[in-house]
Design a binder for this molecule. Sequence first.
Ligand code: SF4
Ligand code: SF4
Ligand code: SF4
Length: 889
Amino acid sequence: MENVKMIIDGVEITARKNMTVLEAALENGIYIPNLCYHPDLKPVGICRLCMVEINGKRLDVACKTPVEQGMQIRTENPEISKIRKIAAELLIINHPASCLSCSENMKCELQKIANYVGVDQAHIDRLKKGVKELPVDDSNPFFVYDPNRCILCGICIRTCDDVVGVGNFEFAYRGYDEMVSTFGSRPLLESRCVSCGECVVRCPVSALKPKSPVVPSREVKTICPYCGVGCGIILGVRGDKIVSSEGDRDNPVNRGRLCVKGRFGHEFVNHPDRLVTPLIKKSGQFIEASWEEALNLIAEKFSHYSGEQFAALSSAKCTNEDNYVLQKFTRAVMHTNTIDHCARLCHAPSVAGLAQSFGSGAMTNSIGEIAEAKCIFAIGTNTTSAHPVLAYEVKEAVRRGAKLIVANPKRIDLCEYADIFLQQRPGTDVALLMGMMRVIIDERLHDIDFISKRCDNFEEFSQSLKEFDLDTVEKVTRVKKEIIVEAAITYATHKPGMLLYAMGITQHTHGTDNVLATSNIALLTGNVGKPSTGVNPLRGQNNVQGACDMGALPNVYPGYQRVNIPQINQKFEKAWECTLSMEVGLTHTEIFDAILDGKVKVLYQMGENPALSEANAGHALKAIDKLEFFVAQDIFLTETAQHANVVLPAASFAEKDGTFTNTERRVQRVRKVIKPVGQAKPDWQIVCEIARRMKKPGFDFKHPSQIMEEISSLTPSYGGMTYDRLEVKGLQWPCPSVTHEGTPILHSEFFATITGKGKFMPLNYRPSFELPDDEYPLLLTTDRSLYHFHTATMTRKGGLQVLRNRELVEINPDDARVLHLRDGEMVKVISRRGAVKSHIKVSDVAPKGVISMTFHFAESPTNMITSDAIDPVAKIPETKVCAVRIEKV
Ligand code: SF4
Ligand code: SF4
Ligand code: SF4
């Protein structure tokens, strides 16, 4: 960016050409009073406090005046001082709180300005008489709104509109009565507010402020433990307790922004229910044990089993280092490749499908590119609920003029911002996407140059489009053909186009085909390998990308190096000084089948909760109860851990060092913020202690940075990762050497396939495994709540519970009418595998014939009824489609 030179108060400064005078002054340490300005928001110039004299001729607000070469600015003159004083006094007059008695004394921008400008207190006191007291809104569990303090700067309104895209606040009434209010003056808890707290952190006078603020004694930068977006957070600590969480403005992923979970969801760390000591089950009861006793018992028991008798479930919540050590233990100590984790239940088809078409199964582009896209195609992703801060970027792109196409069986929040909404029947994505591709080719909108230079297999693929004529596609998907045509043309003509997807695409018996269809359409339009393009699977959990990268999968070592290739096997045997099995291990779902078949006898589970998360969870629980020995390592005594023989207390994300890899392949530092509660220990340390007791070499790590050294020495894509290099902004893999800067965009020049070209994949449409019939006439699909995470072991431990505390079956009003059901009523949802009770929510979010549930609530364990039919390639169960019926309770 070009620079300009200018003079402010006689001092020559340099500013970037796209700056305003206020930004240039503040960046150069020159204070100009301001209240309605915020660096994240478009300036509005309503407080008039930043008035300056420009080139000796005119007065104007600095926040809206662009810098120019040679510009002369005076920040003070008698006229400016007078204007500022009047502006400040008017604000204070309408602000009934007294600065001296105010709890925000010394923290408030208005007070700072009053001191700077030098207001006349006697004058203010005379004018202040008669100011009315307005009721304070404390309905939200995390923050209060006190309109009496509000100075009408509008920052909260602009934040909610332009940063979060919710539009919850507006100026209500006029003149003397003007105030900031929610739509219809509803209490915050009943309003559209999603409790992200973005307005709270920007309010300059604490009219919006945290409910029980505790000033931290120190702050530590780390990464949010919830979704795969991987936002940077700064945790505030007082004593040994976490008391606050702020967005890290230096983090390139979120640039300071957070969602409700990242900002307010840290209460679980210090929750009294945390596991604080090892537990050993004796006569059906858990008895507290010492580490010595528990670890000796585990080492002794494990030493009686080997190979296919052992299985490990790793964790997408744990660090890369934890996952690396557990997969090494499974392979090197227990001599089996049977280790898997919840990626099997969410993005295994992304790994399998994108590896076939692009040669690499991860998000091709970066979160920061979303806002620059000209078209965003969001298919099978409820982004505002599952990846909220990434959704802020999508909404930003729309504000900048991008076209948004949403394809989702449910009318999700993002539909409000969409140009085109394709409401396909669950499980018909291949038909929808192939139908769109046929339109693109018929309209000659495919990128012939890109296809001929960079792709293979186009002819065979085009042949497979024949069965996808629009009449057939409309019949299968129930989307009108005109809308399919419009979506196809929009995606093909508004470039660059970025395709985002999540579990609406993957959790199907044809999940891999769905992923291949997304890569086909990106290749067809040349939307790969360039900024703001690509196929972008949004990974669910904080470190599900990392757990896959670390080889917590039954077929690959770290870095997706296959276990059944002799040279790879030998490389790891040499490094780990052991013999390793070349037999591919069992997947998540297969592990439970093998337990029931008597093959797997011992399970070591680190941080998973299959009792709630596994499809057809009753089957998984039956298997768990058949185990000869079951060790559960977790931060809480989860529904699954209750079935264990030994429970080990693990340190939470805030109590250990390590790294997480977010959805855009960015490896980021996780830092120890407080010491582990009770006797809890980091997962990697526990695994190492078991291995050492089993007298196995290679587990003498003293710090996770040493584990990362071993990871980078054996994993080409992590070759350049060291803790020093990850310190500030992390690095995106592939990063093969210590001089490599990381890779924000994959496949820029070559695909990672054998030929170096992207591969078109011919596809057929296959219906879902279990469709509605006379006995089970409704289709159940699953979704997530913004306020909870996975099986809610962490999010049901604090204020998030106030925002959502129970399961709600979303049902269309037509279906509710036929079944004589009223909103809020308790029902039983029954499938071929079982039944669960839940309240219902009647709304048109779900289309007729489809109901939707989350899987967060143990009282309504949705996965007791979901289908465990699996995709034959990725082995993911079809949790997005099964047949059910509803009965009144
Ligand atoms: S509540 Fe705060 S941010 Fe909103 S208008 Fe009032 S003072 Fe400004
Ligand atoms: S907390 Fe978030 S959603 Fe709620 S009003 Fe503030 S900015 Fe809007
Ligand atoms: S978007 Fe995801 S990573 Fe970011 S704060 Fe929310 S839950 Fe945490």
